[in-house]
Design a protein around this ligand. Structure first.
Ligand code: AMP
Ligand code: GLY
Length: 426
């Protein structure tokens, strides 16, 4: 098969790394890719929102299968454009991608199909939103309806904070169009976990679990980011919990999406709160997680490409997934200053880190300078994954690899996996 991956982050590097090991993969392309991806794929200078150019590239290179990495091209209808051109692809239609691109859509689906989630209301009028906050009390959660790169959520401890969040989104335009409508919802307590399941429109198959760390500093302090690290599996998702989440959350979603006329094909990434009364849905993403993927794929023993291709063709029922008995942990290395202002262009030395066994450096925001050296070209720059038979060893492996990266202008959290490591040490 000739395969094209869409995207340029650490998730796409991990997907390409996995596909490149598949006996099915004859030739691998990535658009636009990055310098890490270049070591396993041919990178094409096409951006993720250029649907027509992507379709044309598929024709030119006789692509058999397209794997769409990020949410933005999905919300931009790339899967629809590819399917209209008769090109097989992995990822939901624009209509089905609303599960992620509109929190209001996702919440209404939950209500209609009885999927456990936080109680909520949708608002387009700031005054009505404030009246609701006043009636409900705090803590309460204010969310921009649309895509806001993980930044559209405020957990308000006071009425003033909630009102400020409403004003920022609806009057200040902090999230542009994405904040013109908001969802206000009940604050849930418990342990969070990320839950992944493949879906071909009819059937769903559990993929894996992970936990991520959104806050920028150790101890889960500081502002939220796109994710500073992740590990897999998540201990809270044992076999009984997995079955319960499939039955109470994933399968009703499959059924609901079909009944609504927008069957879902791709991967469900459910953000869960494991509460005292059971699992509840925080949100859906409709793609692989970043950096969760960098921690899940090294654990997969089965052929990823064949599983995703079967999913895309509606043939999921014949698929079984087998996993190594490892834990894996990914530490994100970011440019000093991230998530605030940071500089681009510093040189990163990877020669020593690239020699490590049972560890790998995935590139996210990197570029090459005139001399061919790898440079920092974004906020989150590298995802360094280690794997081993236990989470404690996987964490040690990931940090040993981090310590071999020669990049004084970068930093990382030193406690990725702390909850799982503390649990394991107990
Ligand atoms: P989201 O972008 O919807 O995943 O929200 C980002 C983060 O905000 C989640 O990972 C949770 O930590 C937190 N969060 C969102 N909604 C709620 C809620 N209803 N109750 C408690 N925490 C929440
Ligand atoms: N790690 C969170 C995300 O991919 O949205």
């Amino acid at each position: 098969m000739k395969v094209l991956v869409i995207g340029s982050g650490g998730r796409e590097h991990a997907l390409c790394w996995s596909f490149a090991q598949s006996p099915l993969c004859e030739k691998l392309f990535c658009a636009p890719g990055n310098p890490g991806i270049e070591s396993v794929a041919t990178c094409l200078p096409i951006q993720v929102l250029e649907n027509e150019k992507i379709v044309a590239a598929c024709r030119e290179h006789e692509i058999d299968f397209v794997m769409i990495g990020p949410e933005i091209p999905l919300a931009n209808g790339l899967a629809d454009a590819l399917r209209a051109a008769d090109i097989c692809c992995f990822g939901p239609s624009k209509a089905a991608a609303q599960l992620e691109s509109s929190k209001g859509f996702m919440k209404d689906l939950c209500k209609k199909y009885n999927i456990p989630t936080a109680a909520y209301e949708r608002f387009t009028d700031p005054q009505k939103a404030k009246d609701y906050v006043k009636a409900q009390g705090t803590p309460i959660v204010v969310k921009a309806d649309g895509l806001a790169a993980g930044k559209g959520v405020t957990i308000a401890q006071t009425i003033e904070e909630a009102n400020a969040a409403i004003d920022d989104a609806m009057i200040g335009g902090a999230f542009g169009e994405a904040g013109a409508e908001i969802v206000i919802e009940e604050f849930m307590t418990g342990e969070e976990a990320s839950f992944f399941a493949l879906c071909d429109g009819r059937d769903a198959l559990y993929f894996a679990s992970a936990q991520d760390h959104k806050a920028v500093y150790d101890g889960d302090k500081g502002p939220n980011t796109g994710g500073m690290g992740a590990y897999s599996p998540a201990a809270v998702i044992d076999d009984a919990m997995r079955d319960r989440v499939m039955k109470d959350i994933i399968l009703p979603t499959v059924k609901g999406m079909k009944a609504e006329g927008c069957p879902f094909t791709g991967i469900f990434f459910a953000g869960l709160m494991i509460t005292a009364t059971g699992p509840r849905l925080i949100e859906y993403n409709c793609r692989f997680g970043d950096p969760e993927t960098q921690a899940m794929l090294p654990r997969l023993k089965s052929d990823l490409l064949s599983a995703l291709y079967a999913t895309a063709r509606g043939l999921l029922s014949g698929i079984e997934l087998h996993w190594h008995d490892y834990a894996a942990l990914c530490v994100v290395m970011a440019a000093n200053g991230y998530p605030g202002a940071y500089e681009k262009g510093s040189v990163i030395g990877l020669d020593e880190a690239n020699k490590v066994q049972d560890g790998i450096v995935f590139h996210a925001g990197t570029a090459r300078n005139d001399k061919g050296e790898i440079t920092a070209n974004g906020g989150r720059v590298l995802g360094v994954t280690g794997w081993a038979s236990t989470i404690v060893e996987a964490q040690a492996k990931a940090y040993q690899t981090v310590d071999k990266v020669n990049w004084p202008e970068g930093f990382c959290r030193r406690d990725i996996g702390w909850r799982a490591v503390a649990r394991a040490k107990q």
